[in-house]
Design a protein around this ligand. Structure first.
Ligand code: AMP
Ligand code: ZN
Length: 110
C-alpha cells in the first residue's frame, strides 16, 4: 500500500466510499466527478501505478477487471445500449491518479 495514494486509502476502507462491487482482487465504486450517466471505476486492491507497470503475472488481474466491467455494465443495464472501458495511461494519456484503474462509462441516451 502506498501511503499517499487515494485509491489505496479507498481500497483499504480509510474513506467512506461505498463499493458497488468488491472481491478479493478489486473494488468498484462510482466516480466522484462523473463524465457519463454511469461512471464507475474498477480498481485493483494491489497498488500498480499504471498499465505501463503491468507484468505478465498481472494479465489475469487485468482480464478480471474487464470481466467485472462487463458484469457491472449488465447490472447497471447499460450493456445493450453500450459502454466504454477505458484505461488512461500516464499523464499524457489523461491519468491523474497513479493507481491502476479502469473507467466504465455509459448510459447516454440516443
Ligand atoms: P484518471 O484521470 O484516469 O486518473 O481518473 C481518475 C478518476 O478518479 C477521475 O475520474 C476522478 O473523478 C476520480 N476520483 C478522484 N477521487 C475520487 C474519489 N475520492 N472517489 C471516486 N472517484 C474519484
Ligand atoms: Zn494505490
Amino acid at each position: 500500500m502506498e501511503k499517499e495514494c487515494i485509491f489505496c486509502n479507498i481500497v483499504n476502507g480509510k474513506t467512506d466510499t461505498r463499493f458497488v462491487f468488491e472481491d478479493d482482487q478489486l473494488v468498484v465504486f462510482k466516480d466522484i466527478n462523473p463524465h457519463a450517466p454511469v461512471h464507475d471505476l474498477i480498481v485493483p486492491r494491489r497498488h500498480i501505478r499504471s498499465i505501463n507497470d503491468m507484468t505478465d503475472a498481472d494479465q489475469g488481474l487485468v482480464a478480471h477487471m474487464l470481466a467485472v466491467g462487463r458484469d457491472v455494465a449488465r447490472e447497471r443495464e447499460i450493456n445493450a445500449s453500450g459502454y466504454k472501458l477505458v484505461f488512461n495511461v500516464e499523464w499524457g494519456g489523461g491519468q491523474r491518479i497513479f493507481h491502476l484503474h479502469m473507467h466504465l462509462l455509459g448510459g447516454w441516451k440516443k
